[in-house]
Design a protein around this ligand. Structure first.
Ligand SMILES: *Cc1c(COP(=O)(O)O)cnc(C)c1O
Length: 348
């Protein structure tokens, strides 16, 4: 079978041999009984990293986001997020179906809105005919916006606003480690700004499965009930959590390498006559629009013929994501292919 260079997502990585060894060697127990020592170690470590009391291991980032929304809200409440947020677009309508909430969607600067935007969207709690605004969610880094990273000053302002208005503040930090790597912010400074944080281990960190939901002890206690209700209580999950512990030790420092490689792709694309617009490349995500008259479908098929996979993000929009399984030789092949496609296909 042909080996494709797979840039569709950073979720496509396979465990490294060292990670697989760590997984198989993990001490395990029944996690629904709270008796899996490896899950407990991962949860304690992640909670401490982000300056919180507790954390809970889950199968996916969709589940950690959805549980957070469910715990923070009651049916009929309203959630504020940006209009391209994963919690709104890519979680199967979960906010509405699982929590019975409406969503107030803010237009934003590449996923990033301001405290003023939030304040203007909060419904008057005295107006009984309006939905009760209850939760604000930010995505950092922002997936659809091409890996855009939030400014910590704005997060502080929104956090202060949420506290003064008695709103919960959630971060969809599926790629928070990418955001921290480029901004130089520390997890223990960013974490306490939020009531809950969802972190994926299955993206840049290269684990096969797993996300962690972080918050106060009482929040996580309630979250465990919701996880069980949703069918997310796992038993000897330490085999999976061990991958997370291994990744925290060995795969955090190398994220800057993914960012450098994404930057190389960005440079090539920004010079390509096929490309209309490239979102600024801040982390490991590259999002670009093709020139008028070019279709993303044809472009992707062309790439596929050269052994490269990317993903469609709109009629003329494409996303590429760099990750652990991309080698320097792969990168060179992608760069060469993009350059040769540009000379073959100049639109007239
Ligand atoms: C990937 C992702 C998630 C969670 O996805 P799962 O596939 O359910 O783990 C949540 N938010 C963002 C921004 C993501 O990119």
């Amino acid at each position: 079978m042909q080996r494709f260079i797979d840039l569709r997502s950073d979720t496509v990585t396979r465990p490294t041999p060292a990670m697989a060894d760590a997984m198989m060697a993990a001490p395990v127990g029944d996690d629904v009984f709270g008796e899996d020592p490896t899950v407990n170690a991962l949860e304690a470590r992640m909670a401490a990293m982000f300056g919180h009391q507790a954390a809970m291991f889950c199968p996916s980032g969709t589940m950690t986001n959805q549980i957070a929304i469910r715990v923070h809200t009651r049916p009929g409440d309203e959630v504020i997020s940006d209009e391209d947020a994963h919690i709104y677009r890519y979680e199967g309508g979960g906010t509405m179906a699982n929590s019975g909430c409406s969503v107030r969607l803010l237009s934003s600067d590449r996923g990033r809105f301001t405290a003023e935007d939030v304040e203007a969207a909060i419904n008057d709690p005295g107006a009984t005919w309006l939905a009760r605004t209850r939760l604000v969610s930010v995505e950092n880094s922002h997936n659809r916006a091409g890996g855009a990273v939030w400014d910590i000053g704005e997060l502080r302002r929104i956090s202060g606003l949420c506290r003064s208005k008695d709103l919960a503040f959630h971060m969809d930090g599926a790629r928070i480690f990418n955001a921290l790597a480029v901004s130089g912010q520390r997890s223990e400074d960013v974490g306490p700004l939020f009531d809950s944080i969802s972190v994926c281990l299955s993206k840049g960190l290269g684990c096969p499965v797993g996300s962690v939901l972080i918050g106060s002890a009482s929040f996580v206690h309630e979250a465990r009930r919701v996880r069980k209700r949703m069918g997310g209580g796992m038993r000897q999950a330490g085999f999976l959590a061990a991958a997370g512990l291994h990744a925290l030790d060995h795969h955090l420092q190398r994220l800057v390498e993914d960012h450098r490689r994404a930057g190389v792709l960005g440079e090539v694309l920004s010079c390509s006559p096929l490309v209309q617009h490239l979102a600024p490349v801040e982390t490991n995500i590259v999002v670009f629009d093709l020139k008028a008259g070019l279709s993303a479908k044809d472009f992707l098929e062309d790439l596929r013929q050269q052994g490269i996979l990317a993903i469609q993000f709109g009629p003329a929009r494409i996303r590429m994501v760099t990750h652990l399984d991309l080698t320097e030789a792969d990168l060179a092949h992608v760069v060469g292919t993009l350059r040769s496609m540009a000379t073959r296909n100049i639109p007239t």
